[in-house]
Design a protein around this ligand. Structure first.
Ligand SMILES: Cc1cc2nc3c(=O)[nH]c(=O)nc-3n(C[C@H](O)[C@H](O)[C@H](O)COP(=O)(O)OP(=O)(O)OC[C@H]3O[C@@H](n4cnc5c(N)ncnc54)[C@H](O)[C@@H]3O)c2cc1C
Length: 772
C-alpha cells in the first residue's frame, strides 16, 4: 500500500518537478562542476543540516603538535624570527637578507609539506600553520616566502598528481631549497575569473635536446606571481589545444599545469611588483611560443587538460592554512604589542588602555585573537584528519583576514601617531600597510564571501541539493526518477522539520535546543543558541533557494549574508571547542563570551537583512514570524565583557600569554618589541610607585619643577627609597624609548633617488642627442 502511494507520488509529483527542475537548473560549466566536486564537507555540513551533532565535534581530539614539530617551532622558527629585522627587510633591502634566505632553505622551511621520504619535514597541517603564524608575528616577508612553497603550487600538485619520476626529481630539490618554486595562474585579463586565462599551449612536434619529441608551444603573460622574480621552477597554468589531434583527444583539452624551469630559453622572468611594501618577492612573467616537452605537464601527458580539477582539489588545504595562520599571527602580535603600548602610553595621567574608548578597541582585538586562534587550530586539525574542507577553508580565509583587518585598524587607532610614522620603532604600520594583500589573494574577499561560501556551501553541505542536481543533470530515465524522488521528499521533510524546529526553539528561547553531553555549564546556552540558529539558517536557506532558484547565484547580497550566518556558526563552534580543548579555563571566559555573543549577534543581523531585502515581502513577513516569534533574541557583547577582554591584554600573566601563544618575543635589547615588552613589565611593576608620586604631588610633599626628574625630587623628599628610584628611573627610560618615534635626515633617501634620476636623464639626453 505504502509502496503504491510512493509510486503514485513519484509519477504524478516528483517526475513533474524533475522536468520543471531540469528546465530552470542552469547548466554548469566543467570548471564550475570541478570546483563544486572538489574537496570535502565536515562540520559545515552539520551546521547546514539544522541539527549539528555537538558530541561529534567535541569528540574530535584537540589538535596537538608532535615533539619534533614543537622542537622545530622552538628552535629554527625562533631563530629565523630573531634573524629578521622587518625595517631592514621592508625598507632598506626590499628583500630578505641572503643569510635569512639561506637559513630558510637549509632548515627545510620550504619543504614542510613534503614527506620525509622525499627529504621534506613531513609536517602536519597544524605544525605548518603554527610556523606561518609565528613567522607572521615577526616578518610578513619571511612568512609569505615560507608560506607560498608550502601552499598550492608545485610541491602540493606534485604530491597529489606528479609522476613518480617527477616526484623523485623535484621534491627533494624543493625540500632542500635547491629549487625556488612559484605558481603562475593569474594573468592581466583573468584575475578572480582564473578559469578564463587566455594563456595557451599548442601541442606540436619540436626539437628537444637534439631529438624530435611531442611537446607544446606555450605563450603566457602572468602577473602578481609570488616568488616569481627569484623562482627557478615555474608552475604554469595555461589552456592546452591540440588542433592537429596529435594526442588523439579533443581539440580544446582545457587548463593544464606544467613545471617549467625558469632557465628555459624564452621564459621572461625577474621583474618585480611592490605589493604595498611587503618586500616579499612578487612579479610578472611571460613567454612566447616556448617549446617544452609534454612530460613537463604535472602528472605527465595523461593529465593534459585536467589542471582545473588539480587546482581545485588542492586549493582547500592551502587555503585552510596560509591566510588563516598569518591572520591569527597578526591578531596575536597586535594583541600583545597594542596591549603593552596601551599600558605604557599615558595621556590625561592615565594609561590609554584604561580610557574607555581605547579599552573598547583593545577588548575587540583581544577577543578576536582568541576566536582566530581557535579557528586556525580547528581548521588545521580538520585538514590533518583527512578533510579537504572547501567551504570551511573559504570561511576561514575570508573571516580571518577580515578580522585581522579589524584588529589592525583598531591597533592603528590605539597607537595614534606612533603607528603612522614608519621606521624601526614602529611595529604596527607595516602590518596595516600590507594587510590588503591577504584580503586579495587566494580568492579575493568580496568574491569569497558573496559567491563561494554560500554558493558552494548550499550545494556541497546541503544533504539533498547535490543529489537533486545530479539526478537532474547526470542521470536519465528510471534511475533519475527514483533518485530525484527520494532526494526531493527527503528535502521536503528536511525543510519542514527545520522550519518547525526553528519556530519551536524561537518560542522556547532555545531552552530545548541540543547541546553536547559533556560541555561546560557556563557555555551550554551558547551551543543551544547555535543549534537554534542552525535550524533557522537551514530553513531560510531552503526557502530562499526555492523562492529565488538559480537567480540566487546572482543575488550576491543575499547569498553573502546567508554565507555570513553559516560562517558565524563555524566561528562560534571553533571558539567553544577551544574552550573545551584547553580545559575550560575560567580566566579565558570573557574572551569566549565576547567572541560568541558578537558572532551570534552578527548572524542574527545577517538573517534580519536577508528578510528585510527579500523580494517577496509576504514571505519575508511569514519567515520573520517563524524564525523570531518573540523578536530578535541576541544582543551585542556587553561593555563589561569588553573591559575584561581588554584587561587580559593589559596585564602580564598566564591569560595574556595564552592569548598570544605564538608571538615571537625578541630578547634583543636593541629591538623595539623587546624594549616594549620590558617597558610594559616595568610600568606594571612601578604602578604603586607612580601612585605614591602622584599622591605626594597632590599633597604638595613633592613639587615638580619643569625639567626636573620627579623621581629624584620624590627621593629627596623621602617619598621613595633608593631601590624604588632605580626601578622608576629604569621604567622612565624604557617608557620614553617606547613613545619615541623615528625621524630621518631631511634629505633621507633623496640623494640616492636624485642621483638615479639624473643618471637616467643623462642617458635619455645622450640617446636623444644620438638620435638627433
Ligand atoms: C600580492 C599578490 C600576490 C599574488 N600571488 C599570486 C601567485 O603567486 N600566483 C597567482 O597565480 N596569483 C597570485 N595573485 C593573484 C590573486 O590570488 C588574485 O587571484 C587576484 O589578485 C585577483 O584578481 P585581481 O586582483 O585582478 O582582481 P579582480 O579579479 O579584478 O577583482 C576585483 C574585485 O572584484 C571582486 N569580484 C570579482 N569577481 C567577483 C564576483 N563574481 N562576485 C563578486 N565580486 C567579484 C573581487 O573580489 C575583487 O574585490 C596574487 C595577487 C597579489 C596582489
Amino acid at each position: 500500500m505504502l509502496k503504491d502511494l510512493r509510486e503514485l507520488r513519484r509519477k504524478h509529483v516528483s517526475d513533474r518537478v524533475l522536468a520543471a527542475f531540469r528546465r530552470i537548473l542552469p547548466d554548469m560549466s566543467p570548471t564550475e562542476k570541478e570546483a563544486i566536486d572538489a574537496g570535502t564537507v565536515w562540520w559545515d555540513a552539520e551546521l547546514f543540516s539544522g541539527r549539528p551533532d555537538w558530541d561529534r565535534l567535541l569528540a574530535t581530539p584537540a589538535p596537538r603538535l608532535t615533539d619534533e614539530e614543537q622542537a622545530f617551532l622552538d628552535g629554527p622558527v625562533e631563530t629565523l624570527c630573531a634573524m629578521c629585522n622587518d625595517w631592514e627587510i621592508t625598507h632598506e633591502r626590499y628583500d630578505l637578507p641572503p643569510e635569512v634566505w639561506q637559513y630558510i632553505k637549509d632548515q627545510g622551511f620550504l619543504g614542510m609539506i613534503i614527506p620525509k621520504e622525499y627529504g621534506g619535514l613531513g609536517f602536519s597541517a597544524l605544525a605548518h600553520s603554527a610556523v606561518i603564524t609565528k613567522l607572521s608575528t615577526r616578518s610578513n616577508a619571511a612568512a609569505v616566502t615560507v608560506m607560498v612553497p608550502n601552499s598550492l603550487g608545485p610541491a602540493e600538485l606534485l604530491l597529489h598528481f606528479g609522476t613518480e619520476e617527477q616526484k623523485r626529481h623535484y621534491l627533494p630539490r624543493l625540500a632542500r631549497g635547491q629549487e625556488i618554486p612559484c605558481f603562475a595562474l593569474t594573468s592581466p585579463e583573468a584575475g578572480s575569473d582564473a578559469a578564463a586565462i587566455p594563456d595557451y599551449g599548442i601541442v606540436c612536434k619540436g626539437e628537444w635536446q637534439g631529438q624530435e619529441v611531442l611537446g607544446m608551444r606555450v605563450t603566457w603573460d602572468k602577473r602578481y606571481i609570488t616568488l616569481g622574480p627569484v623562482a627557478t621552477l615555474l608552475g604554469l597554468a595555461f589552456r592546452l589545444y591540440d588542433p592537429e589531434g596529435l594526442l588523439g583527444k579533443e581539440e580544446d583539452l582545457g587548463i593544464t599545469c606544467a613545471l617549467v624551469p625558469t632557465g628555459t630559453p624564452g621564459v621572461r622572468i625577474g621583474r618585480r611588483h611592490l605589493p604595498l611594501n611587503g618586500a616579499f618577492q612578487n612579479g610578472p612573467n611571460s613567454g612566447k611560443d616556448v617549446f617544452m616537452p609534454l612530460d613537463w605537464i604535472i602528472g605527465g601527458p595523461e593529465y593534459a587538460g585536467r589542471g582545473w580539477m588539480m587546482l581545485m582539489t588542492c586549493l582547500a588545504a592551502g587555503r585552510s592554512i596560509s591566510l588563516p595562520a598569518s591572520s591569527a599571527g597578526g591578531a596575536q602580535a597586535l594583541t600583545r604589542f597594542t596591549g603593552a603600548y596601551a599600558r605604557v602610553r599615558s595621556q590625561f595621567k592615565t594609561p590609554i588602555g584604561r580610557l574607555e574608548g581605547v579599552e573598547e578597541a583593545l577588548g575587540r582585538i583581544a577577543a578576536n585573537a582568541y576566536l582566530m586562534e581557535a579557528t586556525r587550530v580547528m581548521t588545521a586539525g580538520a585538514v590533518d584528519a583527512g578533510e579537504k574542507p572547501s567551504v570551511i577553508s573559504a570561511i576561514a580565509k575570508y573571516h580571518m583576514t577580515e578580522r585581522a583587518r579589524l584588529c589592525v585598524n583598531d591597533a592603528m587607532d590605539i597607537h595614534g601617531g606612533k603607528g603612522i610614522c614608519l621606521g624601526p620603532n614602529n611595529w604596527v604600520g607595516r602590518g596595516y600597510q600590507v594587510l590588503p594583500v591577504g584580503i586579495t589573494v587566494e580568492g579575493a574577499n568580496i568574491l569569497t564571501r558573496t559567491l563561494i561560501i554560500f554558493g558552494q556551501g548550499a550545494i556541497r553541505c546541503h544533504p539533498y541539493v547535490l543529489r537533486e542536481m545530479r539526478a537532474a543533470k547526470e542521470m536519465t530515465g528510471e534511475e533519475a526518477s527514483r533518485e530525484f524522488d527520494e532526494a526531493l521528499w527527503g528535502h521536503v521533510a528536511h525543510t519542514v522539520g527545520n522550519g518547525l524546529r526553528a519556530f519551536f526553539h524561537g518560542l522556547t528561547r532555545s531552552a530545548f535546543a541540543s547541546y553536547p553531553r559533556d560541555c561546560a555549564v557556563e557555555t551550554r546556552h551558547y551551543y543551544k543558541h547555535v543549534s537554534r540558529l542552525s535550524a533557522a539558517f537551514a530553513f531560510l536557506a531552503d526557502v530562499s533557494m526555492l523562492a529565488m532558484g538559480g537567480a540566487l547565484k546572482r543575488k550576491e547580497k543575499i547569498s553573502g549574508r546567508l554565507g555570513d550566518v553559516l560562517s558565524m556558526m563555524y566561528l562560534v563552534s571553533a571558539t567553544l571547542k577551544r574552550y573545551e580543548d584547553e580545559g575550560r579555563l575560567k580566566e579565558d571566559l570573557p574572551l569566549v563570551r565576547w567572541a560568541v555573543r558578537d558572532a551570534l549577534y552578527h548572524a542574527q543581523q545577517a538573517i534580519d537583512q536577508v528578510l528585510s531585502n527579500s523580494p517577496v515581502k509576504p514571505l519575508a513577513t511569514l519567515l520573520r514570524f517563524v524564525l523570531f516569534p518573540l523578536g530578535m533574541p541576541f544582543r551585542p557583547p556587553l561593555d563589561a565583557r569588553n573591559r575584561e577582554c581588554a584587561r587580559i591584554a593589559l596585564e602580564p600573566g598566564a591569560a595574556r600569554d595564552r592569548l598570544t601563544p605564538l608571538v615571537f618575543v625578541s630578547q634583543d635589547e636593541k629591538d623595539a618589541t623587546c624594549v616594549l615588552e620590558q617597558a610594559f613589565e616595568a610600568c606594571v611593576a612601578c604602578e604603586p610607585i607612580d601612585k605614591r608620586l602622584r599622591e605626594a604631588v597632590r599633597k604638595g610633599v613633592v613639587e615638580p619643577r619643569p625639567g626636573e626628574d620627579l623621581g629624584e625630587a620624590a627621593f629627596e623628599a623621602g617619598v621613595i627609597g633608593e631601590e624604588d628610584l632605580a626601578s622608576w628611573q629604569r621604567k622612565e627610560t624604557l617608557r620614553r624609548a617606547v613613545i619615541k618615534v623615528d625621524d630621518f635626515p631631511q634629505d633621507y633617501g633623496r640623494a640616492e633617488a636624485l642621483q638615479k634620476l639624473s643618471a637616467e636623464r643623462g642617458s635619455f639626453t645622450s640617446t636623444a642627442a644620438r638620435a638627433a
